[in-house]
Every structure is written in structure tokens, then in C-alpha cells.
Design a protein around this ligand. Structure first.
Ligand code: DON
Length: 310
């Protein structure tokens, strides 16, 4: 990939996709997220040698939110193995919104359908081991610090507290999981861990690095250090294709065709196998909770650079 040309193309794509920010709304159910400027859009690309290209609001910090579900899943799989994890959370897309409760009761056994929806990610948080919430969070944070190369990565306290104060739906999901026996750990502590890992603060550039590590099957681009087992990276990328954009995953797979994971703060992490990681930040969301301009931007880049994996 010719770097200068790619930088110009990235800037042009950000400019073109910016027109779409007006079509979405910032998430308001977490009050702190409603305070951000909905017109922002930024993107970064991380290449296999660690080179970062960026355009627009690529240095603006935002919280990972559901993108962190990939990181908690990695930790849970490394600590417990696949058998333990997938006895408690499924591998199937839902076709329902990310915070839906309905299938928890109607499907038997009552385990969440996949680890990307809120119910599934809360179940996964329950499997992260450690002595108290700080140590359990540290397991997620230290993986993310290695993946991003930023040892100072930490949580945004205001967003964390804002979600913790208002999370009636997630509490309902967690208590249902407790009742079904899926959640073996303390409910409030597990929710606390979940809210904290959702509130880990990053930039689009850092998200591009996360994507590149997955694109490289779990290896840090510059150093070659393996931080995620190859099999776990493969599982994550597969979930990103089938469930990463929630009930828009099928449409995204056709229109864009890249493994990706979105979050309600407006981030999207994309991993183009062996080629690049892409981090996007655009807080205006569509009705399914995905960044409107971010999805458009990935669609433009996928066409321009022929990124679709299918
Ligand atoms: O639990 C929640 O609702 C948020 N902390 C995360 C949800 C989310 O990011 C959904 N993504 N589009």
C-alpha cells in the first residue's frame, strides 16, 4: 500500500462520510455520552509494520463501550478455555437489539445467544477471574495496554459512573442470568466490572492498533510478540462478522465485508486479516446503535482498497 496515496484517500473518505453525521444521534441512555459533539468523525489505519495513518478526529478520546466485549472475551477464553465459556454463552447471532432481554427467557437453556450482546458480555465478565473487581479489570486493561502500546490506558470515571447510576436494563439482564445459573459470581461486582471495561478510554488510533493485532492473528505488529492465542483471535474475528454490528451484522457483511465491532460511544474497530486494523470514531448513531458516518466511511474504504474478505 502506497502510504501517501492511502493517507489522501483516507482523508477524502472521512470528508465524504462526514456528511452522514447529521443522520444519527448520540447515545443518550448513558447521560454522559449525550454530551459529545455529534458532528465529529475520525479514522485511523494501522498497517502490519505499525505505521498509523489518520484523518479527522482520530485523537479525540472516547470510551470503548461494546468494543470492549471483544477484550473481555479474549481474557475469559484465555483464563477458562472454550468449553467453560461456551457452556455459558452461545455462538449464534440474535437478530435483536444489543440490550434485548426477550430471548434470554424464550430460548432454553437460558444462556445468552452470544458474547457481543449485553447479556452475553455480562456473562463473560462473570467468568473473568481475579481477586476483587480491580484485579479482574486489570486483566482486561493489561491486555489492552499491550495491544495499544499505551501503558497509561485507563477508564473514564464520569462515563463509568454515569452508566452505573442508570443501568436498569443491564441490571435486569444480570439478575436474570444469576437466576438461570449462568452467572456464578456476585451480580453487582460483575456489573461493576462490565461498566468499567465499557468505560475504558481510547482514541481511533488506538482502536486501529487493536484491530491490527487481531488482523495479525494475535501478534503485536512491530515486535512480533504474541499477546492473544491464534485460535482466540480467530474466534473473535468470527464473532465480529456474525454479531459485531448487532442486528445490522448481515447488512454490514454484505455492504462492507470486514470483521468489525461497534460501540455506543461511536467507535468501530475493524480487522482486515493480515492487511490492517481500522479505528473509527463518529458518535452519531443509527437506530441499531452503530455509528452512521463510521459505517459509511468503512463502506467507502472497503470499496476503495478492496478490503472485503468474502
Ligand atoms: O451496556 C451498555 O449498554 C453499554 N455499556 C455498551 C453497549 C454498546 O456499546 C452497544 N453498541 N453499540
Amino acid at each position: 500500500m502506497e502510504i501517501e496515496r492511502a493517507s489522501i484517500q483516507l482523508a477524502e473518505a472521512v470528508k465524504a462520510a462526514s456528511d452522514y453525521t447529521g443522520q444519527g444521534k448520540v447515545a443518550a441512555y448513558i447521560p454522559e455520552l449525550a454530551k459529545v459533539d455529534s458532528r465529529m468523525l475520525g479514522a485511523a489505519v494501522c498497517l502490519p509494520d505499525g505505521t498509523i495513518l489518520s484523518a479527522g478526529d482520530a485523537d479525540v478520546p472516547f470510551t470503548l463501550q461494546s468494543i470492549s466485549k471483544i477484550c473481555s472475551l479474549i481474557v475469559a477464553l484465555c483464563q477458562n478455555g472454550q468449553k467453560h465459556v461456551f457452556e455459558r454463552v452461545g455462538k449464534e447471532p440474535t437478530g435483536d437489539p444489543f440490550n434485548s432481554i426477550i430471548k434470554l427467557e424464550t430460548i432454553k437453556p437460558h444462556k445468552p445467544l452470544n458474547p457481543m450482546i449485553n447479556a452475553g458480555a455480562i456473562a463473560v465478565a462473570g467468568m473473568i477471574q481475579g481477586n476483587g473487581v480491580e484485579q479482574r479489570l486489570d486483566a482486561v486493561l493489561s491486555l489492552l495496554r499491550k495491544m495499544t502500546g499505551n501503558p497509561a490506558l485507563s477508564i473514564n470515571e464520569a462515563v463509568y459512573c454515569s452508566e452505573k447510576r442508570t443501568a436498569a436494563r443491564n441490571r435486569a439482564l444480570a439478575w436474570f442470568l444469576k437466576d438461570s445459573g449462568v452467572l456464578a459470581t456476585d451480580v453487582e461486582e460483575t456489573l461493576d466490572l462490565y461498566f468499567r471495561h465499557c468505560a475504558i478510554e481510547v482514541t481511533a488510533k488506538e482502536v486501529a492498533r487493536l484491530g491490527m493485532v487481531l488482523a495479525a492473528d494475535g501478534v503485536i505488529p512491530e515486535t512480533g510478540e504474541r499477546v492473544i492465542p491464534q485460535e482466540v483471535a480467530r474466534i473473535c474475528k468470527t464473532f465480529m462478522v456474525t454479531c459485531g454490528m448487532y442486528n445490522a451484522s448481515g447488512e454490514f457483511a454484505i455492504d462492507v465485508g470486514i470483521p468489525a465491532k461497534s460501540g455506543v460511544a461511536g467507535g468501530i474497530m475493524a480487522a482486515v486479516p493480515q492487511r490492517m486494523g481500522i479505528g473509527v470514531f463518529g458518535p452519531a448513531l443509527d437506530e441499531k446503535g452503530n455509528s452512521v458516518a463510521g459505517v459509511k466511511l468503512l463502506e467507502l474504504l472497503a470499496k476503495e482498497w478492496n478490503l472485503a474478505i468474502f
